[in-house]
Design a protein around this ligand. Structure first.
Ligand SMILES: [Zn+2]
Length: 382
């Protein structure tokens, strides 16, 4: 079967709801379901963590590249599984010249997630993604006909699985433990009859840190987007703006630009592009920047003038910065399960908030002294 890349995929025609990711069901990457978890608990968790966690934001450090001078970089270990032998699975990306010049799976994944790390770090988020392990999986013993599709659906509802999904979760859970992977990404095969788009459990926590990526979804902005969901990022935190800019050296004209968490109805201008950055309050770009259509090859967008990448209402970086050290502690080989727990004082605060206080109080820029109990596990690198 001839597989073709999904370049230029347009969420406007495929999304399941206003602002939602293109997903087969509302349970997959549909943050606009506005569940209690997503609209209250998740921001609340991020807010609590924000109060306790150290922060690195572009506004604090001048340039994103200086972030590591201020904070330890959290390392998030990623396990990637795929449904075919590695060489076979990678072959199409190599043929399409989308494998970063690599011809071996490990080198490709390292190169690709180095770009994902770059997106985070250039956005002032002190984190790196490390491929801790990758392997071909075969769950045909569970279901010889539909396992490739069902695995995706199982990964999207780990907290309340139906009976058919439980055998998959019973296998991938221990696989994560074995390799000490904070996150598991299932890199899918085209035509597997699974969800129509990529998906992740938004801020789902340690036992729900799964994402499924379509075959072309391993590219950096999509991988950043879906891992961003796992770290609590939401579509409405992204930037959707207009500016005059050129793409790959063409003539600059008024176009739409976005940061990577943004999913929205296009503004109706010429071709829009994702700048390979997360929104970050007070941040901006000018000149040449990495950009692309959401699922397409890397291009260069040139912005003659400075354009905003965020404000107080569009600031993914603050949430992701707070969550990065927590997610980095989801799993480790020495101590398999590390679930971030709010300290006693925060639990009391949680009760007050759920009793009626405003969530926004917790999300403000205020700082508090750190109780000793808030020190949490964090893997660092120099
Ligand atoms: Zn999304």
């Amino acid at each position: 079967m001839l597989e073709r890349p999904l370049a230029g995929f347009d969420f406007a025609s495929a999304r399941v709801g206003p602002g939602g990711c293109a997903a087969a069901t509302g349970r997959i990457d549909d943050v606009d379901a506005r569940s209690l978890h997503q609209t209250i608990v998740l921001p609340l968790l991020a807010g609590l963590l924000w109060l306790g966690a150290p922060h690195a934001r572009a506004g604090d450090v001048g340039t994103a590249g200086e972030a590591s001078n201020f904070l330890p970089t959290s390392t998030i270990d990623v396990l990637v599984v795929y449904p075919r032998p590695a060489a076979e699975h990678l072959a199409s990306l190599i043929a399409w010249n989308r494998a970063w010049g690599e011809t071996e799976m490990g080198a490709f994944l390292d190169a690709n997630f180095a770009r994902v790390t770059q997106i985070y770090q250039q956005s002032g988020i002190p984190v790196e993604f490390r491929i801790v392990h990758h392997e071909a999986v075969d769950f045909s013993n569970i279901d010889p006909n539909n396992w490739k599709a069902t695995l995706s659906f199982a990964l999207m509802s780990p907290g309340d699985p139906i009976a058919a999904h439980i055998p998959y979760l019973d296998v991938v859970g221990p696989l994560r433990e074995l390799h000490g992977a904070d996150l598991l990404i299932y890199w899918r095969q085209i035509g597997d009859a699974g969800p129509t788009s990529n998906g992740a459990n938004p801020g789902g926590g340690a036992d729900k840190a799964y994402a499924q990526l379509t075959y072309t979804g391993v590219n950096p902005p999509i991988a950043a987007h879906e891992t961003g969901h796992l770290l609590g990022g939401q579509h409405q935190n992204g930037v959707q703006g207009t500016a005059s800019f050129s793409i790959a050296g063409d003539t600059a004209q008024l176009r739409e630009y976005r940061t990577v968490m943004t999913v929205a109805v296009p503004l109706g201008l010429d071709a829009y592009r994702y700048v390979w950055r997360f929104s970050n309050a007070g941040d901006s770009v000018a000149g040449d920047n990495d950009c692309s259509a959401f699922s397409a090859v890397l291009e260069t967008c040139h912005f003659p003038d400075t354009v905003s990448l965020g404000d107080a209402s569009h600031d993914s970086a603050s949430i992701l910065s707070a969550m990065a050290p927590v997610v980095a502690g989801f799993r480790s080989p020495a101590s398999p399960v590390v679930v971030p727990a709010a300290p006693v004082w925060a639990q009391g605060l949680l009760g007050l908030v759920l009793a009626g206080a405003g969530v926004g109080v917790l999300l403000g820029p205020q700082r508090t002294a750190l109780p000793p109990a808030l020190t949490r596990r964090r893997r660092t690198r120099s």
